[in-house]
Write a protein that binds this ligand. Structure first.
Ligand code: NAD
Ligand code: UDX
Length: 470
């Protein structure tokens, strides 16, 4: 038995809510999908006729938005009205690390989840299936259920009931549409069979049934955190070995290929880099650490904290290395930063290693010329002003960086170029052209191993590659 779903409401029009609901709307034409958010600018941008203004850049997203928006996909700030008319509500709001209070720096800040649950409790009508889409600490469903249960009837006296499911999202930014269209698995945790079957019936519109996994609600909540922890652990593992390769003459690309050839290890997620970024990995491991400590498992929490330690160390050692190679001083030297997003094919800069590397170089007195194909001037400014504010005591001038519209402009007069994001265009750099624009002796630091370093060397550039050296 399933319940007929006519109206879905998704609370949170962010990197998860927007693309996920667009794909549901594409495949479920008989369902009206309403994505709501308290952020007015974000909703205006989702409704913009200029598709370049969509609030997030994600390959393939604009094409789906053109076909669905205004038909069965709607973006608005009408949170209460859309809660009231929904049969199923996805909670896709942000769950960042707490900045203050108990658990600050580790625990997830659940204030937005709490607020959503209260709004749903107050404004929902009839029976509503509430789906946790956000990444949450284990046992959050209990909290949501308690809050939902605080209101039993609508003002008109109609009985309201709720069923809570966990359905974490596994999409990666930059490949979100493909991940949503062809997921490795869909995970649904819950207790009530009818609600679980109803959510399955939605996914079955495009996902083969054998890929839909059902578990108890706690396994589902926890599996999301663990999935991210395992992925991040793999990156810290390969990054730790990148440093050993540089010391010994081994080549990290060759080592990745050799170990990835073992099916038990697998080929994916073995690319060394400047450290993982993004809004999820660090936050979710910190949350896991907090949960382990809460349950009296300090050994487990210490184990996972090393993944973060190595990540921070990897980013820092790159900053230090740049200073060393440029004769120990960056004062008044120009450095081109190629890539500011935390990975290619997204305009997201949350926790991007570029932020800390830029901050370190600014502290050393460098003048940065920053280029990214999709990150706007305002976004770079937001990230750097934040860190400048934090470090005002250290006298970092906020005027020591320039936003460059092209890679060529970013390299003008530079003593060094640092490739920080693996954007495709950085794999095709014309080193003949770029070397002419730089000041000699010039360095290229490739932290993603995507450039043609042989060609760069032929044009007289010094090249340092992560996991290989110079
Ligand atoms: P986001 O910050 O891009 O979007 C969240 C949105 O929720 C914001 O626009 C915010 O204004 C809105 N919001 C907050 N409280 C609200 C309320 N009470 N009513 C209406 N709107 C409200 O976040 P995101 O990246 O989409 O992540 C959302 C959740 O999904 C997080 O828990 C995250 O860990 C998880 N997740 C993220 C990714 C990813 O790649 N970004 C992938 C999988 C899971
Ligand atoms: C991650 C998870 O992959 C996804 O399943 C989850 O839903 C959200 O968190 P995301 O952060 O968008 O997705 O991107 P991901 O591809 O995992 O990359 C995260 C960071 O790790 C990026 O900074 C990326 O550059 C880095 N990375 C990834 C590497 O350094 N090497 C790799 O081999 C893979």
């Amino acid at each position: 038995m399933t319940i007929k779903i006519k109206n879905i409401c998704c609370i949170g029009a962010g990197y998860v809510g927007g693309p996920t609901m667009a794909v549901i709307a594409k495949h479920c034409k008989d369902i009206q999908v309403n994505v709501v958010d308290i952020n007015k600018k974000r909703i205006n941008d989702w409704n913009s006729n200029n598709l370049d203004k969509l609030p997030i850049y994600e390959p393939g997203l604009a094409e789906i938005i053109i076909k669905t928006r205004g038909n069965n996909l709607h973006f608005s700030n009408l949170v209460q009205e859309n809660i009231a008319s929904a049969d199923m509500i996805f909670i896709s709001v942000n769950t960042p690390t707490k900045k203050s209070g108990f658990g600050a720096g580790k625990a997830s800040d659940l204030k937005w989840i709490d607020l959503c649950a209260r709004e749903i409790s107050k404004y929902a009508c009839g029976h509503t299936i509430v789906v946790e889409k956000s990444t949450l600490p284990i046992k959050t469903a209990d909290t949501i259920k308690q809050i939902l249960g605080s209101s039993k009837k609508t003002p008109a006296g109609e009985l309201k009931t709720f069923s809570v499911l966990s359905n974490p999202e596994f999409l990666s930014e930059g490949t979100a549409i493909n991940d949503l269209e062809n997921p490795d698995r869909i995970l649904i945790g819950g207790e009530e069979k009818e609600s679980i079957d109803t959510l399955i019936s939605i996914y079955k519109n495009w996902v083969p049934e054998e890929k839909i996994l059902t578990t108890n609600i706690w396994s589902s909540e926890l599996s999301k955190l663990i999935s991210n922890a395992f992925l991040a652990q793999r990156i810290s593992s390969i990054n730790s070995i990148s440093a050993l390769c540089e010391k010994t003459g081994a080549n990290i690309k060759e080592v990745s290929l050799a170990i990835g050839g073992d099916k038990r290890i697998g080929k994916k997620f073995l690319n060394t880099g400047p450290g993982f970024g993004g809004s999820c990995f660090k936050k979710d491991i910190l949350n896991l650490i907090y949960i382990c400590n809460h349950y009296g498992l300090p050994e487990v929490s210490n184990y996972w904290s090393k993944v973060i330690d190595i990540n921070q160390w990897q980013t820092k050692r790159i900053s230090r290395l740049v200073v060393e190679k440029l004769f120990g001083t960056l004062t008044s030297k120009r450095i081109g930063i190629l890539g500011f997003s935390y990975k290619a094919n997204t305009n997201d800069t949350r926790e991007s290693p570029a932020i800390n590397i830029c901050k370190d170089l600014l502290e050393e007195g460098a003048i940065l010329q920053i280029y990214d194909p999709k990150v706007s001037f305002e976004q770079v400014e937001y990230e750097l002003e934040n860190c400048v504010e934090l470090d005002s005591k250290k006298n970092i001038s906020k005027f020591n960086w320039i936003y460059s519209e092209t890679m060529e402009k970013a390299s003008e007069g530079c003593d060094a170029l640092i490739i920080l994001t693996e954007w495709d265009e950085f794999s095709k750099i014309d080193w003949g052209l770029i070397s002419d624009k730089m000041r000699s002796p010039a360095w290229i630091f490739d932290t993603r191993l995507i450039s043609n370093s042989k060609e760069a060397t032929n044009y007289g550039l010094n090249v340092w590659n992560v996991g290989i050296g110079d």
